[in-house]
Structures are given as C-alpha cells and as structure tokens.
Design a protein around this ligand. Structure first.
Ligand SMILES: C[S@@+](CC[C@H](N)C(=O)[O-])C[C@H]1O[C@@H](n2cnc3c(N)ncnc32)[C@H](O)[C@@H]1O
Length: 261
C-alpha cells in the first residue's frame, strides 16, 4: 500500500505543500449527481481524504459529509480544520478496502491519485465492493487519477510540490529514484523526500511506497468484476462533456460510476 508513512503522518506539512483550490471539483460532483439522479446531492463520503479539502467543502454547502483516511494524523488534522471552519464532518480513520458508515450515502469520491495505493486486483475489487455497499441506489462513485500520458510504465515523471506558511517551508520531491512500473505487476517502488525548513533548521524525511499503474480498460474490467456499477464516463478533466482521450485538454483520468444494483 502506498502508505508513505513519513509524508502522510505529517499532515500539517502535507497541507502546506498540497493545499489548493478544489471548488471546481466540488461543483463537478454536485453536477454529475444531479444530472444522473435529477435530485440534489445530500450525503457524501470522501475516501483517502487527507486534510479533507473536499469533505470540508461539501459540508460547507450543507451536505451530510463523512471523511475517511488510513492515517489517524490526517483525520486529527482534518477534524481541527473543520472545527476552525465551523463545519460538521464525521471523520474516521479506516482502510478504503473495508469500512462502514452509519447509512449509505449519495456519492463517494477518491481524489488526487489516492486509488494507486491499492496494488493488487483483489484489493481494488474489495474496494469497489465496499464502496458499492455504502451507496444509495443511483449513487455515484467518482475517482480521479493521473492521465496515463503523464505517469505509466513508459515514464513515471518528476513531481515537486512546495509551499510556505508562517515561516515554515515545505518541499516534497516525489519519485526521486526515477522509478519504473514493473512491466508485469504495474507496480512502482517510489521514493520521496519531504524537506522541511522550520525555525532555521532543515529536516529531511525519506519515504518509500508502492504505487500501482491502472489502465482505463483495467479499471472498466475491475469495475465489472466487482459488480453493482455501470461506468457512466471517464472524463479528462472536471468539465462536463470532456471525455478522456489524447487531446491536450484531457489532463486527468476521472471515472464516474453509478450504482445499478
Ligand atoms: C495523495 S493523498 C490525497 C489526500 C487528499 N485526498 C487530497 O486530495 O489531497 C493520499 C491519501 O490516501 C491515504 N491512504 C493511503 N492508503 C489508504 C487506504 N488503504 N485507505 C484509506 N486511505 C489511504 C493516505 O493516508 C493519504 O492521506
């Protein structure tokens, strides 16, 4: 599992490097749910929520919201931020392959490549089944992954994320070992360095995790294997009607599934 313990256990530093505007993504989820169900979205679970950017944004708009992450440190951080924002979210530290909610929800989302932590097909199918079991009929599952052009067995790419807040500088260099996805397992051993400069002192945290590359057609097949879903669309961005393809406008791989059984 791509646990990246050193990075994800330091939620405050993660937030400095990765905090971003996600309003367009939230509007897209609202739109997709309404388009497919002809009624407004009322409840949502964000899986692998990290600091809970999306969960907090949905809660702000009156949606009954749940946020789930494997790392209790992320959940504690997200809870504190929600308190600061004055919004109510039900937080839980749990694994995305097996979790439970008090009741099914209208939408479940997993953003920002968080699905690539599931390396085996069995884990992915277990995850899809867990998601389906907590969706209301007609409910949607939306997950966002990197476009295959940018990260695949043909090249992983280099990624640096930086931020600064109240004098603390954070830099996260992803994939410093120039990893390659194994040709058969499609799993890459990815090394990452978290660099923090705080009170004039530099600290480096080295981290390592396994990440799975998933082709679009594998995702379609694994969805079918899991049952309960139909694939509504694979989008290239958070833009209605923009299908994922090879065009430059198509920048991400965003699946929308709908629960049919
Ligand atoms: C790339 S971060 C994404 C965080 C957040 N969704 C965002 O948009 O910034 C991936 C998150 O997945 C979580 N994670 C990794 N494996 C997980 C698992 N098996 N179950 C639940 N969460 C997991 C990590 O703890 C981390 O917070």
């Amino acid at each position: 599992m791509a646990e990246f313990n050193e990075v994800y256990a330091r939620a405050g530093y993660y937030d400095i490097a990765f905090n971003r505007d996600i309003s367009r993504e939230v509007e897209f989820v609202f739109g997709e749910y309404k388009r497919l169900n002809n009624r407004p979205l009322q409840s949502l679970l964000e899986i692998a929520c990290g600091p809970g950017y999306h969960a907090r944004a949905f809660a702000k708009q009156g949606v009954e919201t749940f946020g789930l992450d494997l790392r209790p440190e992320m959940i504690d951080f997200a809870r504190d931020k929600a308190k600061e924002d004055g919004v109510d979210v039900h937080w839980m530290a749990a694994d995305m392959r097996a979790f439970s909610l008090p009741h099914p929800v209208d939408a479940i989302i997993t953003m920002y490549d968080s699905l690539d932590c599931l390396a085996d097909n069995d884990d992915i199918v277990a995850h899809f089944r867990a998601v389906a079991s907590w969706l209301t009929p007609g409910g949607i599952y939306l997950f966002e992954l990197t476009h295959p052009r940018d990260c695949s067995p043909h090249g992983y790419g280099n990624y640096v994320y930086c931020g600064e807040r109240n004098g603390t500088k954070v830099e996260i260099k992803w994939a410093v070992n120039n990893p390659r996805h194994d040709a058969f397992t499609q799993v890459a051993e990815v090394e990452t360095i978290l660099r923090v400069v705080e009170n004039g002192k530099e600290t480096l945290y080295r981290d390592k995790a396994r990440e799975r590359y998933l082709t679009p057609q594998e995702l379609v097949a694994l969805t079918k294997l899991a049952g309960s879903f139909r694939v509504v669309e694979c989008y290239g961005d958070f833009i209605q009607g923009l299908r994922m393809d090879n065009s430059p406008q198509s920048r991400r791989m965003i699946f929308v599934l709908q629960k049919i059984l």
